[in-house]
Design a protein around this ligand. Structure first.
Ligand SMILES: [Zn+2]
Length: 300
């Protein structure tokens, strides 16, 4: 099927275990390949069908294994490709560490806000184009976060929705002093994804909401000796490892359920009008594909 005939409004951007999860559910997953964009080729995109939901899926770090660390993901190509394929809602899967010791390893939650501690990423589609002043409150799409939080409540009987996710550059993990700094300004989670994905999605007026499972405690939060040769060198004990594996399936099911309930419903959030000021001013046209070229032509 030609790419330009595909229009699927729901998407999941998955972490390192996402592809395996979808395969294990025997969901139909048709490869659409890498999509060419003005920012290079996207990661491979799949079109899936699961319990009546049609969705697109991209693995951030590679479909099998962990081939690209968060610093080197082509976020612009991935978000552009999803927009090109008709996506209006993205659920982003992420496995951060807990800074707040009250959070349990394996816990599933919907963060409420972000702090950017990244250093070297491509944060905008609109390089030197005078576009992109977009308000960041609420940070994530409230409609989609609400749908995720409802699923978390239903499954676990409780939910956390106020966590602050600090996004670091990586790929190295954080120092004890860095974690102390993040905790001092209110950070409760630390991870390496979500930024700039969320900001790029907003530039293309796509709803974006994260669903997180806690993979370990951040450095210095719990006393853990260094164990060479294992994941996170001992930041995670064996019982916690099992809980993390269980929560991977849970967040996949929660993401599919939330998208399934939103499917076919019009968006009532503000996400579809985040660029409206520029449209009204005539800086950009109705067709988002022209936003980059059109503004370049205006400059000439
Ligand atoms: Zn929205």
């Amino acid at each position: 099927m030609p790419i330009d005939s595909i229009s699927v409004p729901s998407a999941i951007i998955g972490g390192s275990s996402g592809f395996k999860f979808l395969e294990s559910r025997s969901a139909q997953l048709d490869p659409l390949g890498r999509i060419a964009t003005p920012f290079g080729a996207s990661a491979p995109v799949y079109r899936g069908i699961d319990s009546g939901l049609e969705f697109l899926y991209i693995s951030r770090h590679g479909d099998r294994g962990y081939n690209i660390t968060a610093s080197f993901v082509n976020y612009r190509a991935n978000i552009w490709a999803l927009k090109e394929l008709g996506v209006q809602r993205i659920i982003a899967w992420s496995g951060p560490a807990a800074i707040d010791p009250a959070i349990e390893v394996g816990e599933v939650l919907v963060p409420g806000d972000l702090v950017d501690e990244t250093r070297r990423r491509d944060y905008t589609f609109f390089e030197a184009l005078g576009l992109g002043f977009i308000r960041q409150s609420p940070t994530f799409c409230p409609e989609l976060c609400g749908a995720l939080a409802a699923e978390v409540s239903e499954r676990f009987g409780r939910r956390r929705t106020e966590d602050v996710y600090v996004c670091t550059e990586g790929p190295r993990l954080e120092t004890v002093a860095e974690i102390r700094k993040f905790a001092a300004y209110g950070g409760t989670l630390v991870g390496m994804t979500l930024i700039p994905e969320i900001f790029l999605a907003k530039e293309l007026e796509i709803c974006y909401a994260p669903i997180c499972y806690i993979t370990n405690y951040a450095e210095g939060v719990r006393e853990r000796s260094f164990r060479p040769g294992v994941l996170f060198e001992g930041l995670l004990d064996d019982a916690e490892k099992q809980r993390v594996e269980d929560s991977v399936a849970a967040i996949g099911e929660i993401a599919l359920a939330a998208l399934g309930k939103a499917q076919g419903r019009p968006r009532t959030c503000k996400c579809p009008s985040l660029m409206e000021r520029y449209r009204r001013r005539g800086d950009i046209g109705q067709d988002w594909r022209t936003w980059i070229q059109q503004t370049e032509q205006n400059d000439r």
